[in-house]
Ligand binder design. Structure first.
Ligand code: KG4
Ligand code: ZN
Length: 346
């Protein structure tokens, strides 16, 4: 089965072609991505209307690029998958509209996919692929969740963020440090030159005993330090503060992820979502998991942040698992707010 996937939920236009044969490992046949980071940079965050308009401009040229790259013809496509939600309504509508129209023109089914399920299953595009069941740490710009994953579509929420997501914590503290958007990668780069022990920042909910997260207090603590340092802060202080912030976020994520492994008795951890690209997080998770005799799986770094491949893959795995068939009706909707827990009922 060859699945063409469209991702347009936020500020990345992603298109990819994934092949999944029965009993085989998925293969990424072609992939193209356009990031709108520069478009939104001046505003310090995503401007929804600009995002929608840019998706419209990019999506068809990217689809042509993917087909050319993979050597596949339009007629080879068995299913067209698209991100149905959660995300920005106008942005989602672009991908959904294109995907459903293309599927109708080809006489093939179209399938709306949950964006987080895409992230969750993306490590199956790396070798060795994880084996069910596993604990998933989903850390993106909008979500910070720990889940017990028993199979495709079988997700049990173990812990969630009470306020800001981990990626949001990176982005907001990066903004306080005068770094551009998106802040996560920029903060991580600056942190490389800093001393993480130079500032004592809080580790919110570290000792709470549960698997929930909270990052809003950390942002306030960083703001207090930024104010104290004043406008003429030197480069070393900024790097130290970046390192201390990254360490605080990573400490909490690692402690709770390891606790989830212990609680569930599982020996496999799957990390997905944009923050999963963070190297410090990877180092610390690998070391912690090794102590527990557990294995950690990551998506290929390029597939940590939003992309079309994870949407094509999730569509393929849902169909292969008999959970969905897609629709040929030509009608569609998007779900800007769509809890992953509602997926079974969708
Ligand atoms: O999964 P994603 O691309 O989009 C959402 O679905 O939200 O995640 C984007 C988030 C942003 O908050 C970005 O700052 C963060 O992932 N991010 C990182 C890194 N790369 C991306 N955070 C920390 N370190 C990184 N290397
Ligand atoms: Zn995402």
């Amino acid at each position: 089965m060859k699945v063409l996937g469209f991702e347009t939920s936020c500020d990345e236009t992603g298109v990819a072609l994934v092949e999944l044969e029965p009993g085989g490992a998925p293969r990424l046949l072609g992939e193209a991505l356009h990031t709108q980071a520069r478009l939104h940079e001046a505003y310090g965050g995503v401007v929804p209307e600009l995002a929608s308009r840019d998706h419209i401009r990019r999506v068809l040229p990217l689809a042509r690029q993917v087909l050319a790259q993979s050597g596949a013809a339009l007629g080879d496509i068995d299913l067209v998958a698209y991100t149905r939600g959660p995300g920005l309504a106008g942005a989602l509508l672009v991908g959904a509209g294109v995907a459903v129209a293309l599927a109708a023109a080809l006489g093939r089914p179209a399938l709306g996919v949950h964006h987080l399920e895409g992230h969750l299953l993306s490590p199956f595009l790396a070798a060795p692929a994880p084996v069910f069941p596993f604990v998933a740490l989903l850390v993106s710009g909008g979500h910070t969740q720990l889940m017990r994953v028993a199979g495709v579509g079988r997700y049990e929420l173990l812990g969630d963020t009470l306020d800001d997501a981990a990626g949001e914590a990176f982005d907001k503290t990066a903004k306080l440090l005068g770094l551009g958007y998106p802040g996560g990668p920029a903060l991580a780069r600056l942190a490389d030159f800093g001393d993480e022990t130079a500032y004592a920042l809080p580790r919110p909910l570290l000792g709470s005993g549960d698997l929930d997260f909270s990052f809003a207090g950390l942002k306030t603590a960083v703001l207090t330090q930024v104010r104290r340092l004043g406008p003429n802060v030197c480069e070393q202080n900024r790097a130290d503060l970046a390192a201390a912030t990254q360490a605080a976020i990573v400490d909490v994520l690692v402690a709770k992820a390891l606790r989830a492994l212990e609680r569930t008795g599982l020996a496999r951890l799957v990390v997905a979502g944009g923050v999963g690209a963070n190297l410090r997080l990877r180092e610390r998770l690998d070391a912690g998991a090794a102590r527990l005799g557990a294995q950690v799986h990551y998506p290929p770094p390029a597939l940590c942040t939003d992309n079309g491949a994870m949407i094509a893959l999730a569509g393929a795995m849902r169909v292969a698992g008999g959970l969905a068939r897609g629709t040929r009706e030509g009608a569609f909707d998007v779900r800007p707010r769509w809890p992953l827990a509602d997926l079974a009922a969708a």
